[in-house]
Design a protein around this ligand. Structure first.
Ligand SMILES: Nc1ncnc2c1ncn2[C@@H]1O[C@H](COP(=O)(O)OP(=O)(O)O)[C@@H](O)[C@H]1O
Ligand SMILES: [Mg+2]
Length: 268
């Protein structure tokens, strides 16, 4: 595990211009506590209230530490699948396990604790407009009752990582779309989630910013975070070679796996 952390911190700055992830926040303990499946769906169906099923018979698993794209046309069910993964919605049939726990048997209070281990970045960012960038990022730690000194250090560190240390006192409405998105990522990451889900994160930012965002997510993945990016952005899918989970009309039609030492993977 130490190797995982060290390997991403040995050469100062990366070719993509981002500082290597030196976050003290992540140094306390390794993120990948167990090797195996961190998410598992078995024959999962989902409906909204009494409506028709929008996801049918979905079975797949995500290895801890993997990075997947979730793709498919608009209306296919990507956001619905994300909602199931961040435990905001219950399946209408089948079973979902997260961190090795069958979600249907987890008591409500524990569900909240599981949710805190999952970071989410929404397409519309969902920042609180009356709070500064710093306070938006700090919010999850404040809610969790962390000490102010620790909050300040961690928030400053994350804002530096996403390149927004100068804007820490700015309100979201004065920030550009790309800057707001980076605040949203810092907020999603501050609780050190083991899973990071991003739903159409490039929908509201231009191409260059989308690529920078992907580099940030890859940095997080390198230190062990399991990442899923829902997108139908073809340019992004072509440029980054992560395996794809593809859904169409609520059905899973492709599930690519990441193999750790596949020599062909780099050339595809
Ligand atoms: N809150 C909702 N209530 C009822 N139906 C919904 C809701 N959200 C999405 N749907 C329906 O579920 C289906 C899948 O939508 P969604 O998961 O948003 O797809 P995608 O993210 O791939 O565009 C669509 O038919 C959509 O109309
Ligand atoms: Mg969607």
């Amino acid at each position: 595990m130490a190797g995982l952390l060290l390997s991403s911190s040995d050469s100062g700055r990366r070719a993509n211009g981002y500082a290597i992830l030196h976050l003290n926040l992540f140094r306390k303990e390794p993120l990948v506590a167990a090797i195996g499946d961190i998410v598992r769906f078995e024959s999962v169906g989902m409906r909204y209230r009494l409506g028709v099923e929008v996801l049918h018979d979905i079975s797949f698993s995500l290895a801890a530490g993997s990075f997947h794209f979730l793709t498919g046309p608009s209306g296919a069910g990507k956001s619905s699948l994300m909602r199931l993964m961040y435990l905001a919605h219950r399946p209408s049939c089948g079973s979902i396990s997260v961190f090795g726990r069958d979600v249907s048997t987890v008591p409500r209070v524990e569900l909240a604790a599981l949710r805190r281990r999952i970071g989410v970045v929404f397409q519309d960012f969902r920042l609180l407009d009356h709070l500064t960038a710093l306070d938006n990022v700090a919010l999850p730690l404040r809610i969790a009752g962390a000490k102010e000194g620790q909050i300040r250090d961690h928030v400053a560190e994350l804002l530096r990582w996403v390149g927004l240390e100068e804007q820490s006192d700015a309100k979201p409405t004065t920030l550009s779309g790309g800057e707001q998105q980076r605040v949203a990522i810092a907020r999603a990451v501050i609780s050190r989630p083991q899973i990071l889900l991003a739903d159409e994160p490039t929908g509201n930012v231009d191409g260059e910013i989308a690529i920078r965002l992907m580099y940030l997510l890859e940095e997080l993945n390198k230190i062990g975070t399991t990442v899923v990016v829902a997108t139908h952005n073809e340019a992004l899918l072509e440029r980054f070679s992560h395996p794809r989970i593809r859904i169409e009309n609520g059905a899973l039609i492709e599930h690519g796996h990441e193999t750790a030492f596949d020599p062909d993977a780099a050339t595809i």
